[in-house]
Design a protein. Structure first.
Lengths: 344, 319
């Protein structure tokens, strides 16, 4: 406590060095330690885009961040290192699997309890808790904790952009209702994935030439409304937004087009780097989200499967690179049931 | 894609909701709003501010609140993690494929609620796996087989069921029962596919076709590739619509969906899936099949799976 006060005073007196500040910020935002998000001090109100070709573990990163958010900091004397906050998950790809989340959550609870996780728990996880030789009360407590965490995960599935907009427009009420029920705030708003309706909305744009005075619905206007609604929500309830975006890295697009695109992007967004350095060659990705979304995004990290065949303990490895802000470093990480881990 | 309710003009809501009266409709029309759908891309704070300048502002604001509550009924319901887990454990069962090695590999088989894709070059046993799964699932539930290339074979199904071709009376009964549980449709273009899927959905809704557990489309890529290409986006939109509809059917009616995707020569003669990058967001599970030359030994490799690492592979044979 004393130490904390001193730190606050130090900050007021502007005696905090950048290094100290970074340490402080990183400490107060533990959930962002999920790689590769751990590199940047993120705060509520930021909009982080996780972009990459499928499969590149984008959804897995969201799930691990969600688990850290719904776990309590401490419970019954055990330190779980979570935030005990709510997570809102918009599933636009409609292929979220709850079993993945429940497996990871169980694994994390068992790990924090200091018990060796059951090696068979990735097959038929239903009885993972029961397989451990421990007292019945402990099992009951684990189940109670598990259920409380799972209830902090709020999920809605959207089959088209109308459903997404309808859910966003009424999220404010849902948000308040849930906050009253649980007594804790929503910290994370997740969207998986933001470009899901691109093709359908683009096609309906050309069909929507109806009467003149009618508002025409296009991909552009849909994304504008999405950004507008999220922006309003963030003003009322500061949350961290994590959105995935599928993008093809690519062999399909000629280098010329890539160059042209990156020039266009840089003039639009005052951003130079939209290509990934990967040894000698550069890998551009094709941007398809309207500029209104791009300028709404405050942080962007690119993820892809590692080209090398080398596997780390039988897990496929992934590479991440921060594009916004651009950091000249690459993280290599693996995803397991128990979490996301960087490897060197 | 757009529901009728959403497209319905505000006028049609007048009878149900008195607050949406002609005055309110006039106000909305003056701001380009004619249907509930138009409200979706309207900033409602701005609209409320505009309403406040009117003499009837209170009634207008009530009308906006009414439209907002109609909008609230137009998205899927919210669930928490426990609700989802309960649904998964009670309603989304695992269906055995009938091939022991594949079942072991996939932690039991195909999961209801999932769209599973088999991708592989020609004669990599994609259809054989489909027929094998169909013959096994049909022992306990209904199977819908959408056949795009006349690949469905009752004879082959019978072979999977009975190893001894001499055929006993009891065997014949099993074959009859299994074949009676499989409904096969020939589908030769994507529009017919969408029609059949919509028909299937309404049949499932009114329970007129028994307990269907499995839907197979062999092959989905042969229906979609003809509409892709060109500069327009309609082909892609049709592809995503069909894929999204399959996911919806799988989830809402607890079906396992199995589709096949063939491979074509890409740059430098390297084979690549006929349905490429944009399709990848559709299936829950993607499995690549390949067959060793001149043998009936086949290997299955995980490309994508919600809870299993990609890259794992198994060898199996189909007799």
């Amino acid at each position: 406590m004393m130490e904390e006060e001193e730190q606050v005073e130090g900050w007021i007196e502007e005696e905090e060095s950048a290094k100290e500040m970074l340490e402080r910020v990183l400490r107060t935002r533990p959930f962002l330690l999920v790689p590769p998000l751990h590199r940047i001090p993120l705060r509520l109100g930021n909009v982080v885009e996780v972009v990459g070709p499928s499969p590149s573990a984008k959804t897995q990163i969201l799930i691990q961040a969600a688990v850290s958010c719904i776990l309590p900091k401490e419970w019954n004397g055990v330190n779980y290192g979570g935030l005990e906050h709510l997570v809102i998950f918009f599933d636009l790809d409609c292929r979220f699997d709850i079993l993945r989340l429940s497996q990871s959550l169980k694994r994390r609870i068992l790990e924090a309890n200091g018990l060796r996780a059951n090696p068979n728990s990735d097959e038929g996880d239903a009885d993972a808790f029961n397989c451990n030789p421990k007292k019945e009360t402990q099992v009951e407590q684990d189940k109670e904790l598990f259920a409380a965490c799972m209830r902090r995960f709020l999920y809605v599935r959207c089959y088209d952009s109308s459903e997404f907009l309808a859910a966003l427009k009424t999220l404010h009420y849902q948000h308040q209702k849930q906050r009253d029920t649980h007594g804790v705030d929503v910290d994370l708003l997740m969207i998986d994935s933001i470009g899901a309706f691109y093709w359908i909305d683009r096609a309906s744009t050309s069909l929507a030439v109806m009467s003149n005075d009618r508002k025409s619905r296009s991909f552009q206007s849909v994304v504008e409304s999405i950004v507008q609604e999220i922006r309003k929500l963030l003003l009322m309830h500061p949350m961290l937004v994590l959105a995935t975006k599928a993008a093809s890295l690519g062999d399909k697009y000629s280098i010329n087009e890539a160059k042209r695109n990156s020039r266009k992007w840089s003039s639009e967004n005052v951003l130079d780097l939209r290509t990934v350095k990967s040894g000698p060659q550069t890998l551009p990705y094709r941007e398809y989200m309207p500029s209104i979304w791009q300028s709404f995004v405050t942080h962007r990290v690119l993820i892809r499967a590692s080209d090398e065949d080398s596997k780390h303990h039988n897990c496929p490895t992934y590479l991440s690179e921060w594009l916004l802000p651009s950091l000249d470093l690459q993280d290599k990480f693996i995803v397991t049931d128990a979490g996301v881990y960087t490897i060197s | 894609m757009i529901s009728l309710r959403e497209m319905a003009p505000l006028k049609s809501l007048e009878r149900e909701f008195a607050i949406i009266d002609s005055n309110f409709q006039q106000f909305c029309a003056s701001h380009g709003l004619f249907s509930v759908g138009d409200f979706l891309i309207q900033d409602l704070c701005v609209l409320v501010a505009l309403a406040e300048q009117h003499p009837t502002s209170e009634r207008l604001k009530e009308g906006i609140t009414q439209v907002l509550s109609i909008i609230d009924s137009q998205h899927q319901p919210w669930f928490n993690g426990m609700d989802l887990l309960e649904d998964a454990q009670q309603n989304k069962h695992i269906l055995s494929t009938g091939c022991e090695r594949i079942d072991m590999f996939l932690q039991g088989g195909l999961r209801e609620g999932h769209v599973t894709e088999l991708v592989g070059p020609s004669s990599s046993y994609k259809t054989q796996v489909c027929l094998q799964v169909a013959s096994n699932v049909a022992k306990m539930g209904g199977v819908v087989f959408l056949d795009t290339g006349n690949s469905f074979s009752p004879k082959r199904i019978a072979q999977f069921l009975i190893s001894d071709p001499a055929g006993k009376e009891s065997d014949r009964k099993i074959i009859q029962k299994v074949l009676a549980s499989i409904v096969c449709f020939s589908v030769f273009d994507i529009f017919t596919l969408l029609d059949v899927l919509h028909q299937l959905k309404s049949n499932l809704k009114y329970q007129t076709c028994g307990q269907v557990r499995l839907l197979i489309v062999d092959s989905i890529s042969s229906l979609i590739t003809p509409v892709l290409g060109g500069s327009g986006s309609h082909g892609h939109a049709l592809m995503i619509s069909a894929g999204s509809f399959l996911k919806r059917l799988a989830h809402e009616h607890n079906l396992a969906v199995l589709v096949t995707n063939h491979m074509v020569g890409g740059e430098g003669g390297v084979l690549k899936p006929a349905l490429g990058e944009s399709w990848k967001s559709i299936p829950h599970v993607r499995l690549q099949l390949s067959r060793e030359h001149g043998s009936n030994l086949c290997s299955m490799c995980i490309l994508t799976h919600p809870y299993m690492g990609s890259g794992k592979a198994v060898k199996f044979s189909i007799s």
